[in-house]
Write a protein that binds this ligand. Structure first.
Ligand code: 4IP
Length: 144
């Protein structure tokens, strides 16, 4: 099965328990190769994109539409999809926590800031699950 170069694959329906981080070295290498044609590859410092999608990040008066990129590393980059510029990164640490609020809204808690995010497509739970799996992968002793 060919993976689309633009959208990293999400969980396959046939493998519901497979974690987003369950990848062999060969799969990582193959997907990195495919990722070169992803227009957002330029922002992720060579890291494999595990999940990407447009979200709204609320801060101040105006929510900002951003492409959120969850990668190995781990990293959570966000890019302005109109100007195609990297706007920042949600800093990873063992203390990062996702919190779904409803199907659209979710929070990402970090020691110095709570990121208020909204997935207009309604896949907030998917985002939180992916973030939790990445956290469990990199910080296995931190799970409560
Ligand atoms: C900006 O609001 C944008 O929301 C920025 O988001 C945000 O930076 C700024 O917060 C905030 O002041 P205005 O443009 O309405 O002023 P983005 O960087 O995605 O464009 P971050 O990146 O931190 O969310 P400050 O406090 O970081 O400057």
């Amino acid at each position: 099965e060919m993976l689309s170069p633009q959208q990293p694959p999400t969980r396959k329906k046939s493998e519901p328990n497979r974690k987003i981080t369950d990848l062999s070295k060969e799969e990582v290498a193959e997907r990195l190769e495919q990722q070169r044609s992803n227009t957002y590859h330029q922002f992720v410092e060579g890291n494999l994109i595990l999940k990407q999608g447009i979200i709204e990040k609320k801060k101040g008066i105006f929510p900002r539409r951003r492409m959120l990129l969850l990668t190995l590393g781990p990293h959570l980059y966000y890019v302005d999809p109109v100007t195609m510029t990297l706007k920042g990164e949600i800093p990873w640490s063992e203390d990062l926590k996702s919190e779904p609020r409803n199907f659209k809204k979710f929070f990402v808690h970090t020691p110095n800031r709570i990121y208020y995010l909204e997935d207009p497509e309604g896949y907030a739970l998917e985002w939180c699950k992916a973030i939790d799996e990445v956290k469990a992968h990199y910080y296995p002793l931190q799970q409560s």
